[in-house]
Ligand binder design. Sequence first.
Ligand code: ATR
Length: 267
Amino acid sequence: MKLAVLGSPISHSKSPALHKHWLVENNISGTYEAIEIKPENLKHDFGKLLEAGYVGFNVTVPLKEKIGVFCDFFDGGAQATGAVNTILLKDHKLYAYNTDIYGFKRNIETNAPTFSWNDGPAVILGAGGAARAAAYVLQQNNAPEIRIVNRTALKGVNLAEDFDGHFVEWGNRENALKGANILINATSLGMQGGKGLDINLGNLPKRALVTDIVYTPLMTPLLTQALDRGNTVVTGADMFFYQAQKSFEIWTGLSPHVDDSSKEAIV
Ligand code: ATR
């Protein structure tokens, strides 16, 4: 079974180490490579990989919104978000999935088991691919209100329209926290070495859950602030493992274990 993750840049990807570990653990003979593909070469390079016998792919930045045009069938999440992160070639057809959605949901449900999605308004900071995955999960799980806060208004308005949400101007982000049940940072702010997320959580109810898509560092300044004032927090770390688990299951039919040995495989 020939598998690969496609993207650019791709050398930093931790997916090969994790999936190779799972192939061995499950006695499946196969390979999993990281293959650099630039968007302008996607059609040509992807075509060559299909000819070369690859049957499963992960897809990452900047190809998630671009690879769908070559696919035949889409799962509900890939269709709703317009983003594909997993592909299976079966009977000469390409099946497209978005397992980031599963990863996001499972991360919260595993690490905050008492949390209810429908227990009040949700606030999403950001309007990129990660924000779309979060909005889809919230909509599917009957969040009563979805507030989309984004620096670029047009992107935020579009996302809000697609998921029956309300757009909030970036400058009003602290007002958007009032009465919220969950706060999700789906911007890149807070990443190691980058700009921080400037937000005071004073308006956020203490019972709200706070989660961050950023997982380097594990405890972002946002999560530290939230924890200090008594909110429950969930880091972004396990989202990676759960999206990978679902992808592996799509290719092989086996659901691999997310455990200490899988965590050790990527360090
Ligand atoms: P991903 O697919 O991982 O979500 P993305 O599409 O690049 O990545 O989205 C990054 C998000 O972080 C966007 O919502 C972006 O806001 P814009 O739509 O205005 O670009 C947000 N973001 C990045 N840098 C930001 C900054 N300095 N201030 C506010 N938002 C920022």
